[in-house]
Design a protein around this ligand. Structure first.
Ligand code: NAD
Length: 309
């Protein structure tokens, strides 16, 4: 029988792509419940799903920040039984800390962290009873290492990494797999929405130097990074499809080989100095390196040969 896959945040980006790719699986292995907070935004998903709509893909309402919405959504799934849960819904928060409200920071944790925890609590009892299941979490390379001016977003992804790595140990006893997928920069609405927010924001209480570093140094460097190593949501979705189809799914899976030179720095120096020094240098001292798209400096290859995944 096809596996029931519940995905959060499918009105755009990675969630939309993943829902469609799974629903169009040539071997018809999946029955996809593609959820979104606002059903008014289902047009793009329905158009992309085409003939799969109403067959291998259904659309349902789900706000990951609401207990009632989670209960309501699961009650529409026969037996409430989810074989694969994909925690994809997420929001970003960008800018100097001094100018961000605690309420905005709490919203990031409510969505990115507690949103995933809420769904896991809801599907876990049935998964444990059946002794099978797979929980996939769309984390980020920012769940592995911090990125300047993304402190709270990175913290929410670190929280996911710690939570799910801890849970994976218990769930191995129940034959339930956990996979944290860690994309680098992805060209979706995510970055567009953030850049629009920061272009309107004033970041009150922030000193002039910090504002200048953010607007004149960080933002151009970030755009350059998205341009040079950014992945498409289709590519990320394809990597997640592989993880879901795997007989022994990995706990962690980075999707962007071009970004691995940066994530490797943390493992290379457990003191943490190397990563902080190079991340600082790339931003403030040698930003032109980003123009090279983090290519291997020795031979100019995109990094895959010297930095195997
Ligand atoms: P996106 O903005 O297109 O998708 C995020 C989705 O989450 C949106 O459809 C949004 O409506 C939904 N969402 C937000 N709050 C919600 C809530 N309370 N309930 C239900 N849905 C809600 O961006 P995306 O890039 O496709 O992001 C998907 C995931 O990928 C996120 O978890 C994000 O953190 C992660 N990610 C993105 C990037 C990137 O560069 N775009 C990189 C690494 C990881």
């Amino acid at each position: 029988a096809p596996r029931t896959v519940l995905i959060s945040g499918c009105s755009s980006g990675i969630g939309l792509e993943l829902a469609v790719q799974l629903a169009l699986d040539p071997r018809q292995r999946y029955q996809v419940v593609a959820t979104m907070r606002d059903l008014g935004k289902k047009g793009m998903l329905e158009a992309a799903a085409g003939e799969a709509l109403g067959k291998t893909l259904t659309v349902a309402q789900l706000d990951v920040c609401s207990d009632e919405s989670v209960v309501q959504c699961l009650s529409c799934i026969p037996g409430g039984e989810v074989d694969v849960l994909v925690n994809n819904a997420g929001v970003g928060l960008l800018g100097p800390l001094e100018g961000l409200s605690i309420a905005a920071m709490q919203n990031v944790f409510d969505t990115n962290f507690f949103g995933a925890v809420r769904l896991v609590k809801a599907v876990l009892p049935a998964m444990k009873r059946r002794q099978r299941g797979h929980i996939v979490v769309v984390s980020s390379v920012m769940g592995l290492q911090g990125v300047v001016f993304n402190e709270v977003y990175a913290a929410s992804k670190f929280a996911l990494e710690g939570f799910f790595e801890s849970l994976a140990i218990q769930l191995q006893q129940f034959n339930i797999f956990i996979s944290l997928v860690e994309p680098g920069p992805v060209a979706t609405d995510f970055e567009g929405k953030l850049l629009e927010q920061v272009s309107r924001a004033e970041f009150p209480g922030t000193d002039a130097d910090t504002l200048r570093y953010f607007r004149d140094v960080y933002l151009p460097a970030s755009r350059e990074l998205f341009r040079s190593v950014g992945q498409s949501p289709q590519d990320v979705a394809q990597a997640i499809v592989k993880v879901i189809g795997s007989a022994r799914p990995p706990l962690r899976r980075q999707t962007n080989a071009r970004y691995t030179p940066l994530t490797a720095l943390k493992a290379a120096d457990p003191s943490g100095r190397l990563y902080v020094r190079i991340a600082h240098g790339l931003l403030f001292r040698w930003p032109r390196l980003l123009d090279l798209g983090l290519r291997c400096l020795a031979c100019g290859c995109p990094g895959t040969r010297v930095w195997p995944r």
